[in-house]
Design a protein around this ligand. Sequence first.
Ligand code: FAD
Length: 359
Amino acid sequence: MMNKSISVSIDHLDAGIAMKIAIAGLGPAGSYLGALLADKHQVDIYEGQEKDRFTSICAWATAEGGARQLLKQIGVNFEDYILHKGKKMYISAFNEIFSIDAPELVTFDKPRMIHDVADGLNVHFDTFVRQGELDDKYDLVIDATGPYRKVLGPVQTGRDMILPTFQWLVKYKELPFDDFYIEPFSNFTGYLWYFPLGDHDAFVGAGDILKHHRAKVEDFLKRYPPAEKVRTMGKPIRVAAPSSVTPHRREKVIGVGEAIGTVYPILGEGILPSMFAAKLLSENLDDAMRYSKSIKKKFSAYDLSYDYILRKINHKDNFFNSFPAAVRIFIWFKRNFMITGVNPSLWQTLKVLRPRRKG
Ligand SMILES: Cc1cc2nc3c(=O)[nH]c(=O)nc-3n(C[C@H](O)[C@H](O)[C@H](O)COP(=O)(O)OP(=O)(O)OC[C@H]3O[C@@H](n4cnc5c(N)ncnc54)[C@H](O)[C@@H]3O)c2cc1C
């Protein structure tokens, strides 16, 4: 491989020349990007966790069709990692439980998949990257550190939003639900999830901007006591959309994945979107401005969803601003169920997204 160091502006790099690229973070974004780039470039991935204890604090749900397509491009068979195949998702809202179609929704062994995606790549485990420390050694430094943006630095829009989360891995004798189950909190400050993992295991977790997430999870586990509570975990999740999570770049550092807001705000789904962002970066590696523009364009529906949530949280939603947005969100769901995994009807979408009742 030609290994010529580049010192020109990264606005217009020659994508044909091999570069030295550092990626901080071995999540879906960093691992997938590494796999896409490793043929052409010299790639080093730095991951803060130890190799033997590597995991991914996440509920491990994604859409089978979308994941299959993306992973096929790097020779990985998504089917091998599936733990539970969904048919529906139960939603508990406004004192009733109903189900929506979830034909593509699955849970999968995310850490094992990431491990296999990164197989053969040059990964430095147990190495936390700090801002600036890699800049002199590489032509490009990629921040794929998720909510932390440890290399890129803080969001400067004043519109970032990060929720705390808490989750139990539990084992049931008798599963309380045969499929996915969620409880959105009033005014969309977050939601609780119960996601089956096959073999009577499940993740029961919640994220809430009002910080009632732990209490909500413990309350669920009192209502549906598991045979065994295995372990707890938690990590922040960014739900702000890419236009609100800028800059996407600082000098030779470029962000990808959750670091730049590629999590669908209503669902908190960030696995596939972060891999899509990695693909966009691999295609626009020679032009950081074009990359940022293409991210904003591809994820413009995330802005709509984020604005919707902000109005709910700030009690500024009413019929006139909620209804048209809810219809647009429904149309987006219809077109993208291979990415979200869920396929609600218009009526079901409006039922969940309806404006807050006054009083
Ligand atoms: C509790 C919870 C449940 C979730 N459930 C789902 C779900 O079911 N489905 C879904 O689609 N999304 C879910 N998400 C969101 C999803 O996990 C993320 O959006 C997605 O993994 C983002 O991918 P990423 O590669 O950008 O970042 P991450 O997955 O966050 O990966 C970042 C990596 O960087 C490493 N790192 C951090 N700082 C440094 C540093 N300074 N140096 C080196 N390495 C560093 C971390 O250890 C980590 O391995 C959930 C999130 C949480 C918190």
